[in-house]
Design a protein around this ligand. Structure first.
Ligand code: ZN
Length: 79
């Protein structure tokens, strides 16, 4: 289906997020949805110590954009 990631880990659509404020996800799997729902760090999936981190955006097939209030763990908190 898709090429395996270089690090050998599971596919990680959220890894493409350079900045949670402007990020876009084209592919939503269960893990990405957990992050978008604020249940885990948008960057790494950590669930402890989450803090608000602005919005991530997803785009549907017809170009509609959705903003999701996302969270980051202490490691990925930049503010
Ligand atoms: Zn993190």
């Amino acid at each position: 289906m898709t090429n395996p990631p270089a690090d050998g880990g599971p596919p990680d659509p959220a890894e493409a997020l350079a900045d949670a404020d402007t990020a876009e996800l084209q592919l939503l799997d269960a893990e990405a949805l957990r992050r978008l729902h604020g249940e885990a760090c948008i960057r790494c999936g950590e669930v402890a110590g989450l803090r608000p981190a602005g919005y991530a955006y997803t785009t549907t097939g017809d170009g509609t954009r959705y903003g999701w209030p996302v969270f980051t763990c202490p490691t990925h908190t930049t503010a």
